[in-house]
Design a protein around this ligand. Structure first.
Ligand code: SAM
Ligand code: SF4
Length: 326
């Protein structure tokens, strides 16, 4: 699929739940989480029909996300069905890692190719401060288990926040000296209002680079294959790589290759624009495959050239990241 700006769209992010077993302050509020409820969330059958339609239209990679995807019952079987779709798209998953220790082996067997794990602090007290829940050791166990069963190359995503955890950027960077992991730093995005942090907490890509350079000289890594949003670097003799995702300060919209489906069946052409297309109603009204394909194509056409964060008239959206899937 090509959009109006000649970008090839071959990547689908499927949110399978808006529920989560953490409450990260930059993502969702502690209370009043507006869960869409059981009937509102797409069933696995409905999600599979969307994924199959996308695969027929040329989608080659599907990422399962949430909320926390591993809290939804039946996720392993669902991953297996995705992996068996015609064309065998690559299946990946983004998780907070809490349940990964238990599920990594089964997920690998089911056909998952790799995982991204979100982790924002290596200190238990801070982990709990940011996520409002304990669990650092479980996440670390999950990371090691995922590596052990071969859900690799493993990626760790950190959102550095000024005055909160930005002083741990160097420690996260040092993980790549001993582990063959990609540790990626993502600029905080003002997706929705009412969160624990604001623009002032955003640590910019430039500031992240300065912190990383305190560990040692960095060499840029040539990108091979499809360009992801991260700018990648290596420390001398490191096993892994560090990456910076300048989501806001230097956006990568010209390389955007993705569509997102929310757990309640809306297709979101752009993460940082509130426009959405409904596909749930069509599914529940008995739409045939061609109709689903048409909705996906319309979403591709609706992709804006770029997001408008930072512009005067930019307005934060109604939905938190846990509803959109990141
Ligand atoms: N629960 C899973 C997890 O945390 O990995 C998957 C869903 S989560 C919404 C996906 C990603 O979005 C996570 O890496 C999280 O750090 C990131 N995220 C959430 N809110 C964000 C924000 N305001 N700015 C930048 N990244 C954010
Ligand atoms: Fe949950 Fe992921 Fe959002 Fe944290 S970032 S609250 S783990 S959905």
């Amino acid at each position: 699929m090509k959009d109006t700006f000649d970008r090839k769209i071959d990547y689908l992010r499927l949110s399978i739940t808006d529920r989560c077993n953490l409450r990260c302050r930059y993502c969702m509020p502690e209370e009043g989480v507006d869960s869409v409820g059981h009937g509102g969330v797409l069933s696995y059958e409905e999600l599979l029909r969307i994924a199959a339609a996308a695969a027929r239209l040329g989608v080659r990679k599907i990422r399962v996300t949430g909320g926390e995807p591993l809290v939804r019952k039946g996720v392993v079987g669902f991953v297996q069905q995705l992996a068996e779709l015609p064309g065998q798209p690559e299946i990946t998953l983004t998780t907070n890692g809490l349940l990964l220790g238990d599920l990594a082996g089964e997920l690998k067997q089911a056909g998952l190719s790799r995982v991204n794990i979100s982790l924002d602090s290596l200190r238990e007290d801070r982990f709990e401060q940011i996520t409002r829940r304990p669990g650092l050791q479980r996440v670390l166990d999950g990371i090691h288990q995922a590596a052990a069963v071969g859900l690799t190359p493993l990626k760790i995503n950190m959102v550095p926040l000024r005055g909160v955890n930005a002083d741990e950027i160097a420690d996260f960077g040092r993980l790549t000296l001993e582990h063959p992991w990609d540790v990626r730093f993502i600029e905080f995005m003002p997706v929705s209002g009412g969160l624990g942090y604001s623009d002032e907490n955003r640590f910019s890509a430039q500031e992240i680079m300065t912190e990383l350079e305190s560990v040692g000289p960095l060499t840029p890594v040539e990108r091979s294959g499809p360009a992801g949003p991260a700018r990648l670097f290596r420390f001398r003799e490191s096993l892994g790589r560090v990456g910076v995702i300048p989501a806001v300060s230097n956006h990568f919209c010209s390389e955007c290759n993705r569509l997102r489906v929310t757990a309640d069946g809306r297709i979101r052409p752009c993460l940082l624009c509130s426009d959405e297309l409904d596909i749930r109603d069509a599914l529940r009204a008995g739409a045939v495959d061609e109709e689903l394909e048409k909705i996906l194509l319309n979403a591709v056409i609706a992709k804006p050239k770029q997001h408008r964060v930072g512009e005067k008239d930019y307005q934060e959206g109604r939905r938190g990241m846990q509803q959109i899937g990141g």
